[in-house]
Design a protein around this ligand. Sequence first.
Ligand code: APR
Length: 320
Amino acid sequence: MARPKIALIGAGQIGGTLAHLVALKELGDVVLFDIAEGTPEGKALDISESGPAGGFDATLKGTQSYADIAGADVCIVTAGVPRKPGMSRDDLLGINLKVMKAVGEGIRDHAPDAFVICITNPLDAMVWALRQYSGLPHEKVCGMAGVLDSGRFRHFLSLEFGVSMRDVSAFVLGGHGDTMVPLTRYSTVAGIPLPDLVKMGWTTQEKLDAIVQRTRDGGAEIVGLLKTGSAYYAPATSAIEMAEAYLKDQKRVLPCAAHVDGAYGLDGFYVGVPTVIGAGGIERVIEIAMNKDEQAMFDKSVDAVKGLVKACKEIDGALG
Ligand code: APR
C-alpha cells in the first residue's frame, strides 16, 4: 500500500521541523511547499540525507508548485510570517490573511480531500479564513493551538509537582491568544483535579494562578528568548499528534480550533474546544459544563476571536 502523502505548506522553522518529525515517525511521504525558492528543496534534501542514520523510509520533495500537493491526505499550513518581540499574534492578521487566500485556493484546487491543520497565526481567525477560501468541509479543516497550549500547561504543572508530564492532563479552551482559558477544574494529575491538589498541599492557589498566566504567555516567553521568531518544536510536535490521530483513525480526544455549530451556544464559529479526531477529521466537538467564571472567560475569548474575524471581513469583503 502506498504511504500517506503529507503536504506541508510553508517550509520555515515549523515546516522543516514537521517534515523531520513525519520522516522520523514514518507517517508518510512529504511534500514541502514554499514560495521561497530553494528553502523547501534544501530542507527536503537535508532531511532525506538523514534517512540512513535516522533509519527511516520516506520520500521528501521540496517545491514551489501547488500541483505537487495533488492527492495529499494531510496538509499542515504554516505559511506566513511569525511574530517578533513586542508583537501580538493579532498584529500578523493583515499579512497572513493574504497568505491564507493563496494557500486556501491551492488546497481547494489540488488537495480537496485532505485533512487540513492550520498553524499560522492569529490562529482562530486564520483557520476560519482558510476554510472559507478552500471551501473544504468544516470537519476537514481545523487549527492547532489547544494541544500546544495544554502541552505548555502540562509541562509547567509537571515542574511544579515533580511528576511526569505524561501523568498530567490539562484542559485549555477558547482562542489561541491572551484570552485563552486554561481550565484548572478539568486538569488533573492521574485523575486528581488541580483544585484538590491545592487542598492536598501540593501547590498553592497563588502558584497555580501564576502557572495559568505563564501558560497564557507561553508563546510570548519563547518569542522573547529567541528574538528572531516564534516557537517551532512544540507547535510542530502538537500538529503531528493531530495528523497521526487522523491518519491512524485513533479517535484521540484533543483540544483544537474546530468549527463549533450548536455547542457552547455558538453558531458556526472556529474556536478552541475539545474534539475527537479520527478518520472523519473532527468527528465530534465535546461540550463540557462550565461554571459562571469559566463561562465568562470563554465568552471573553470568543469575543476576541469574533473581533479578528470581523477584521478579516473588513480587509476582504469577499469573505462574507
Ligand atoms: N505560500 C507559501 N509559503 C509562504 C507564503 C505563501 N504565500 N508566504 C510566506 N511563506 C513561507 C515563508 O517563505 C517561510 O518559509 O512561510 C514560511 C514561514 O516560516 P517561518 O518564517 O520560519 O515561520 P514559522 O516559525 O514556521 O511560523 C509560521 O506559524 O506559529 C505560527 O505565528 C507563526 O504564523 C506563523 C507560522
